[in-house]
Design a protein around this ligand. Sequence first.
Ligand code: ADP
Ligand code: MG
Length: 267
Amino acid sequence: MSDLDSSSSSAYPKYLEHLSGDGKAIGVLTSGGDAQGMNAAVRAVVRMGIYTGAKVYFIYEGYQGLVDGGSNIVEAKWDCVSSILQVGGTIIGSARCKAFRSREGRLKAACNLARLGITNLCVIGGDGSLTGANLFRKEWSGLLEKLARNGDIDNDTVQKYSYLNVVGMVGSIDNDFCGTDMTIGTDSALHRIIEVVDAIMTTAQSHQRTFVLEVMGRHCGYLALVSALTCGADWVFLPESPPEEDWEENMCLKLSEVTGNLAMLLE
Ligand code: ADP
Ligand code: MG
């Protein structure tokens, strides 16, 4: 598919006409903890962006690359995202960036974007990354005005790029974001937990022992609950449903009733 001609919007099927990205630039970054599926999301942004005629830029190392600019912001071509669908992690790197938490850092980031005419930003990350993206969007016009006052950009740039469009894609294995049924990485994390439980079950059966498993998910019990159900665990702790008083006694009673092999899931 590398020979797809994306330069002419007149080649679009009728139903894609309204998606014309001619003259637009999109930046894509991955931020915070990595999640399986981030690469597929990056690929989709790059290919769809190019398909609509937009320029797409990789922003390496999350917000750190946005703040540092230079070689961290590079135009992406169609072939740059070949053969990454199945690859874990993120090919454009992820980082946690202290500087982006300050207005000073976000001012530098705005300067780097405005100079390249990037007014569309796709952030693939978790709750922190998307909170930061929303703040950046809200501050954007004020940041550009400040840059113009400092002489870093001219007034035409302020007028031309006065609005920042932000798209957030929730990259988090925890499934902890409202408004989305399944976050990027959750299903792979569940798959991995079940693989591990299946392996432990053979030892549990051989030794007639109880195993306590702590699974991923932080403050969200989705992974603990669904893996407990699918693996037939005898007891589960969920952050949304803290155990009642005397839970130790009840748990021991329940476990002693069950013969055979027990898997307990603890979050
Ligand atoms: P995740 O996106 O996986 O929740 P973090 O919470 O570590 O990961 O956030 C990733 C990055 O997003 C931080 O290192 C920081 O650069 C940025 N960020 C997080 N919260 C904020 C915030 N309130 N304001 C600005 N930037 C933020
Ligand atoms: Mg987070």
